[in-house]
Design a protein around this ligand. Structure first.
Ligand SMILES: [Zn+2]
Length: 248
């Protein structure tokens, strides 16, 4: 498997695209979250409008969701024919339908089939060669972290929000965990401090921890602190830039 880091920013940062990733397995490509600025990174990475098989949305916040009408609109204009599967909670499914109606009024079909699959806390979905599992985090909005298993390899992504016992289990022995992080050591409601992710990643034997989504005001400062602190953790911690790649 290969991960393309599309965006590493929080919701309102003009310098860093929204937190989002592309996971490429042998037969399947999955986009994880679709904020509008992350979507622009996708089209920088590829002009193949049929590349993505699955779009997974973690929760109903704009920086993870509001790129969807533009994703579908561009696929429509570029005459995509391949089905697209969208996996999300039932609330996000309703949001996507509403968003699309409001965004491009008058377009009610895209020329390709969209299959919705509902994700649930503690649930799982098989797609081609992949097994997808979900667990709720403690974000301000209902957010389902995802684990993608491909044979013996596993990629995990938090979306937003602190972990709990169930999400920790989801991340266990992950080859890479892309986790949101807001501040270095301050705990803000609905988000995670880097020092807490370090401890959890050690407990769960995470092989590589990719941190992103730092609060814009302290982004540079937090990066420096994370880098300095990472030497003492024994963890492999990376701070990916947009369009960096990681091969598992
Ligand atoms: Zn959020």
């Amino acid at each position: 498997m290969k991960v393309i880091f599309l965006g590493n920013g929080e919701a309102f940062d003009e310098r860093y695209p929204n937190h989002s990733h592309l996971v490429l397995a042998e037969k399947t490509a999955i986009m994880l979250d679709c904020g509008d600025s992350a979507l622009r990174q996708l089209w920088k990475y590829t002009k193949d409008h049929s590349l993505i098989d699955v779009l997974y949305i973690t929760h109903r916040h704009s920086d993870h969701l509001f790129g969807v009408p533009n994703l579908l609109g561009r696929m429509f204009e570029e005459e995509r024919k391949k089905d697209l599967t969208i996996i999300c909670s039932k609330q996000v499914k309703a949001d996507i339908k509403r968003l699309c109606q409001h965004s491009y009024f008058g377009i009610d079909s895209y020329g390709f089939k969209i299959n919705f699959v509902i994700a649930e806390d503690g649930g799982g979905v098989e797609f081609n060669e992949l097994k997808l599992s979900f667990a709720k985090t403690l974000h301000t909005s209902y957010n389902l972290a995802i684990r993608i298993d491909d044979g013996g390899k596993a990629v995990c992504y938090s979306g937003d929000g602190p972990f709990n016992e169930n999400t920790e289990k989801l991340y266990k022995d992950a080859d890479i965990l892309m986790h949101e992080c807001y501040m270095f050591d301050q705990r803000i409601k609905g988000h995670v401090a880097a020092i807490d992710v370090f401890e959890m990643a050690k407990r769960q034997n995470v092989k590589c921890l990719a941190l992103a989504h730092f609060k814009r005001k302290f982004n540079n400062e937090t990066r420096v602190k994370v880098k300095e602190a990472s030497f003492g953790t024994g963890l492999n911690i990376i701070l990916p830039k947009p369009l960096d790649e990681y091969i598992i």
